[in-house]
Design a protein around this ligand. Sequence first.
Ligand code: GMT
Length: 390
Amino acid sequence: MKIGIVCYPTFGGSGVVATELGKALADRGHQVHFVTYNQPARLDLFSENLFYHEVSVSNYPLFDFPPYELALASRLVDVVRHEKLDVLHVHYAIPHASAAFMAKQILLTYGIYIPVVTTLHGTDITLVGKDRTFKPVVTFSINQSDGVTAVSENLRHDTYEFFEIDTDIKVIPNFIDLTRFSLKAKDHFKKAIAPSGEKVLVHTSNFRKVKRTEDVVRIFAEVIKKIPSKLLMVGDGPERSGCEQLCRDLGVADNVRFLGKQDAIEEILSVADLFLMPSQSESFGLAALEAMACKVPVISTNAGGLPELNVDGVTGFLKDVGDVEGMGESAIYILEDEDRLNQFKENALARAKEFDLATILPLYENYYLEVIDKCKDKCKELCTGKAKIA
Ligand code: GMT
């Protein structure tokens, strides 16, 4: 197949999923075309089947708000026509699904019907989508997609709850490439982080409010009272400086390191004993899955789709949002007994294996084929008489 992928080319979960999916599809022999404003962060490999088309928006002084969506729609028209794509897969509803709809309409005038698959990732529905400003566009563009997937049952449920959706939504969970995440811990790195054999706790995120990063620090402040430990804070974003201040206020700053954005997250996770994810909402929790793939148990909230990944009392623990004390107690319970910790580690890896790329990739491939098949007569129906340019 020839597949076009649109995503946010950043370190955000949706961009990571889209990029890893594209790379895996290319490995399977599909031709994959990324259409984004920057080369996706993890698109670092050369493959004869991978292509990248940049969307550039002119910043003419008249434009207080450069029209990215229009530039994207135009680029999509171009790429679909000239690369003869079979399907467009857009990740994140805003503005990708609406830009894809616009491109689809324009392509009809060229006698082309391009099937569009939209994947909902979470904040496009739970935060942005609920903003009334975007509601009509999000509703419309989901309903106009030829296929829609969500990364968890919970997100599927929320989408039906918040929007008037009259189309089927298929759940295809996030996945993990276990070969990349099964690294052996580097002794020198572990020594540098925890020189006296302290336990290592890790949090990774984009430090937005929804991640409740201050709760991470507060949980750690509870843990360190009982267990000699270190905290690694990976990523960057608006909440970071507040967290740094909180570390000083709580007197734990010497045991916390802010590492900023990191590419080789698997190397950091390979020395970790526990992962903290106290999010306000989380449609799936890809960062937690990455931790589990590195044999790291997870203390999380029970928000959103997290219970579909983290199994309470088996791969970690789940507590109510804001229950810092409960999360601290659970963390201590896991860390205070070496045998128990090892059992949780084994369980975390076993659970991560259920989301192996090899299992999830065919779900996307089969879904593309299903959607393409469903659309095959639409061109005859909609393009006839409209094609200006064959
Ligand atoms: O978590 C974020 O803030 C980034 C966001 C994104 O769209 O890039 O992540 C969302 O998509 C990920 C991949 O599907 C999910 O694993 C995350 O749970 C989800 N984040 C939220 O729902 C807050």
